[in-house]
Design a protein. Structure first.
Length: 266
């Protein structure tokens, strides 16, 4: 069976993305500046959308670039978005920007992951977080964090942090419908946890973030994190990169990290 015969109709795919985004036909038609009748005909296969129409609907539905290519293929058009390897010459400026962000964040940990949470690159300070992790787990950040042979035994608030990460992954699955992420979510849910895992993130009095609390050589360190992405990517690889930077959430953690950084640099 060929790829063409396996491919579902573009109208069916668009309908699924619209349902996933919980947008009515009327609202999408207004946003895309087309008639509801025309959109209905596209979704039912009674009308063949132009290449520009597929791209416009994909943009208004916030379909990831990789999946927009699939919409184009389903409609009989060539993909619009390239997927360039990070090692390719065209990516030199992007690689430099990523490395600059990682280096400038020292002595605090930072890492770059792809859409499946596979580790792409990290700065030196990430070592303080993964020092006791089984090396076979280091390729994937979520496995390295929640697996019992990973960071999990050293995370003080494991139940809370686990709920936070699984919540992020659930939202990503809903956003992308990626089967690899769905399998990863099922795998992570099966990992043991000796702490209660809250169903809903309810802040305690005075809380403004969910911290990561972990032990390192008998010292409890507390972090919060920020996430950065490329602002206007037109390449699938760049669109799927995420830079997560960890910051000390209290003065003792900041001082501990600075001392450790100075010691390593002599």
């Amino acid at each position: 069976m060929t790829t063409a015969t396996r491919q579902r109709p573009v109208g069916q795919l668009l309908r699924e993305w619209r349902d996933r985004r919980r947008i009515s036909q009327l609202d999408l038609a207004i946003e895309a500046e087309i008639s509801t009748r025309h959109l209905s005909f596209v979704e039912t296969g009674r009308s063949q959308p132009s290449r520009e129409m597929v791209l416009k609907l994909g943009e208004h539905l916030d379909v990831p670039l990789r999946e927009r290519n699939q919409l184009l293929l389903a409609a009989g058009y060539a993909p619009a978005y390239a997927e360039t390897g990070l090692a390719d010459p065209e990516m030199a400026a992007a690689r430099q920007a990523v490395r600059q962000l990682l280096t400038s964040h020292e002595p605090y940990p930072a890492a770059v992951v792809d859409r499946h949470w596979n580790l792409v690159e990290a700065n030196t300070s990430i070592g303080i977080m993964v020092e006791n992790v089984d090396p076979s787990l280091l390729t994937n950040v979520l496995r390295a964090t929640l697996h019992p042979d990973g960071m999990a035994p050293h995370i003080v608030n494991l139940g809370e942090w686990r709920a936070h990460l699984l919540g992020r992954l659930r939202r990503q699955v809903a956003q992308t419908a990626d089967p690899v992420l769905t399998e990863l979510l099922d795998e992570l849910r099966g990992y043991p946890c000796d702490q209660p895992v809250p169903d809903v993130e309810i802040p305690a009095p005075g809380d403004i973030i969910i911290p990561l609390r972990m032990r390192h050589h008998g010292t409890e360190l507390t972090f919060f994190s920020t996430v950065a992405t490329f602002g206007t990517p037109l390449d699938i690889t760049l669109a799927e990169l995420v830079i997560e930077s960890f910051f000390p959430a209290d003065t003792p953690t900041a001082e501990y990290l600075r001392r450790g950084w100075q010691d390593t640099r002599g």
